[in-house]
Design a protein around this ligand. Structure first.
Ligand code: B1M
Length: 213
């Protein structure tokens, strides 16, 4: 069994300390941080997600697995996010109103910071007003919205509508993402950019910051 499978299985069992040990071991074996994230931690969380869907595990198990995932991510964080010297731009990020999922949002934040973008983290359950007012008050070039529920992704349209109403669309771009979000959805609500994962979100955000300087 490979060390990546060990990580995935320990995460599924919610064993945070063992996940940490395995992640460190994988790094010592020379496996790249991104590979450990994708094929160890995210693979394990994918299995938990399927079991959650099929009612084979419930909220407490998912939360314990999420805690184990963070334990692993914390070790990888300095390697995934290489510090930029000077901020190349500023973004605010949050999970939209009604939605408490924050693991993906936190990964996106981490990757953006790794590109040298200053990120204001609004947390979870963020209203359209909070996104738009923060962008105006803190002079952000980007609003990043994350949603994991089909019932909450529509709040992203409210963010776009409010940004239009406040007349800030020339100065602020809106990026959207999260498991149920698609390119088609992004276009249908009039947002500026959809990416499917945190690394592509960081690349896209950097390109936007450079374009808007
Ligand atoms: Co929830 N949950 N959950 N959950 N949960 C899902 C999302 C679900 C798909 C599970 C399932 O049924 N298979 C399902 C949604 C179904 C749907 O809407 N179609 C679901 C449900 C139903 C619920 C509840 C309603 C359950 C209930 O109470 N009955 C409830 C809702 C609570 C609420 O939010 N109001 C709920 C609760 C929870 C927990 C609290 C237990 C926990 C969250 C803990 C936490 O986040 N701190 C939880 C979890 C962990 C999950 C699953 C298992 C894993 C989500 C996750 O963190 N994935 C999830 C199943 C799944 O997705 N397979 C599920 C790992 C994370 C790295 O991926 O967030 O997709 P993700 O981020 C990715 C990309 O999407 C992208 O980058 C990341 C990777 O690089 N990305 C962006 C994310 N944001 C981006 C923004 C960008 C760009 C890219 O630009 C701005």
């Amino acid at each position: 069994m490979s060390i990546l499978t060990d990580i995935s299985e320990a995460l599924q069992r919610g064993k945070a300390k063992i996940v940490q040990e395995h992640v460190q071991k994988a790094l010592d074996e020379g496996i790249a941080a991104k590979e450990i994230l994708d094929n160890g931690l995210l693979a394990g969380m994918g299995v938990i997600g399927e079991k959650f869907k099929n009612n084979e595990v419930y909220v407490p198990e998912v939360l314990i697995a999420a805690r184990a995932m963070y334990a692993g991510i914390n070790i990888l964080k300095p390697l995934l996010a290489t510090e930029g010297a000077e901020a190349v731009g500023r973004a605010c990020i949050g999970t939209v109103r009604g939605d408490l999922h924050d693991i993906g949002k936190n990964l996106v934040k981490m990757m953006l910071e790794g590109k040298g973008i200053e990120v204001i983290d609004l947390g979870v359950d963020v209203t359209p007003e909070q996104f738009v007012n923060t962008a105006i008050e803190k002079d952000c070039q980007i609003i990043c919205c994350s949603a994991l529920l089909t019932t909450t992704m529509n709040v992203m349209k409210e963010v776009v509508d409010l940004a239009n109403e406040k007349g800030i669309r020339e100065k602020v771009k809106i990026m959207v993402g999260g498991a149920p979000v698609t390119e088609n959805f992004c276009q249908s609500i009039g947002a500026d950019c959809y990416t499917s994962d945190a690394a592509s979100a960081a690349d896209a955000a950097l390109a936007i910051c450079k374009e808007m300087k």
